[in-house]
Design a protein around this ligand. Structure first.
Ligand SMILES: Nc1ncnc2c1ncn2[C@@H]1O[C@H](COP(=O)(O)OP(=O)(O)OP(=O)(O)O)[C@@H](O)[C@H]1O
Length: 217
């Protein structure tokens, strides 16, 4: 199992005491499969993604990625996991302003010690071929989002975690990008876990995990 989440609990401290957000969440994701994470606003989707990415720690339960328990790792271990096995596509693109689009695309792959491969071919599929020598500030929000998607895919992570990755794109471009992400994840044998509010996009993936009040519904 690529990702194995068991009985994960998480509360946030509030003035009224700990506020439970995840109340015993369990699910698995096999390599090469795609899973949509849905649920109403505040149901804990982003929190769950952050815990899986090792950006925050669960209060209870286990999260195993390729058999390694993220919650048992120290910060250095989690950083290594994020670099080597996990690809994050979040709403903040975190592109590097001083690097061109082409260099932004290949940077993470090189950082992870991987040959980025055919950057130009992927840029073409992402509709970025004409923008390769531009800088992030010279791109629209949707174009920046496509660079962020491409950059993650080129590093060929085993597990791709995406939080509304097509949220800034118009419907047609969003569908195309979603299809591309799904196909590239399948081609490389990666697992894809994607948060979305869109029923249409959720239906494009293999399966769905619906959160309701911090539990799998
Ligand atoms: N750092 C934090 N401190 C305190 N409470 C938080 C924190 N982060 C999230 N929460 C609360 O936890 C709950 C779940 O938030 P989360 O962002 O995981 O929901 P979500 O399902 O991703 O929502 P949305 O669809 O609106 O993005 C919310 O009630 C939110 O207010």
């Amino acid at each position: 199992m690529l990702l194995n989440v068991r009985n994960v609990e998480k509360s946030y401290p509030t003035a009224d005491g700990p506020q439970p957000v995840l109340r015993g969440v369990s699910f698995g994701l096999e390599a090469g499969r795609t899973l949509a994470l849905t649920g109403e606003s505040g149901s804990g989707k982003s929190t769950l993604l952050h815990l899986i990415a090792g950006l925050d720690a669960a209060d209870a339960g286990t999260i195993e990625i390729t058999g390694k328990d993220v919650s048992q790792m120290d910060e250095a271990g989690r950083a290594a996991l994020r670099r080597d096995a996990v690809g994050l596509i979040f709403q903040q693109f975190n592109l590097i302003p001083s690097l061109s689009v082409g260099d932004n695309l290949s940077f993470h792959a090189r950082l992870a010690g991987r040959d980025p491969g055919d950057v130009a071919a992927l840029a073409g599929r992402l509709g970025l071929a004409e923008h390769m020598s531009r800088y992030p500030e010279q791109l629209s929000g949707g174009q920046q989002q496509r660079v962020a998607i491409g950059r993650t895919l080129l590093a060929r992570p085993k597990l791709i975690l995406a939080d509304e990755p097509t949220g800034n794109l118009d419907e047609a471009t969003g569908d195309t990008m979603m299809g591309l992400m799904r196909d590239l994840a399948r081609e490389s044998g990666a697992g894809l876990l994607m948060v979305t509010h869109s029923e249409r996009l959720a239906a494009m993936l293999d399966a769905r995990l619906h959160l309701h009040l911090g539990q799998v519904a």
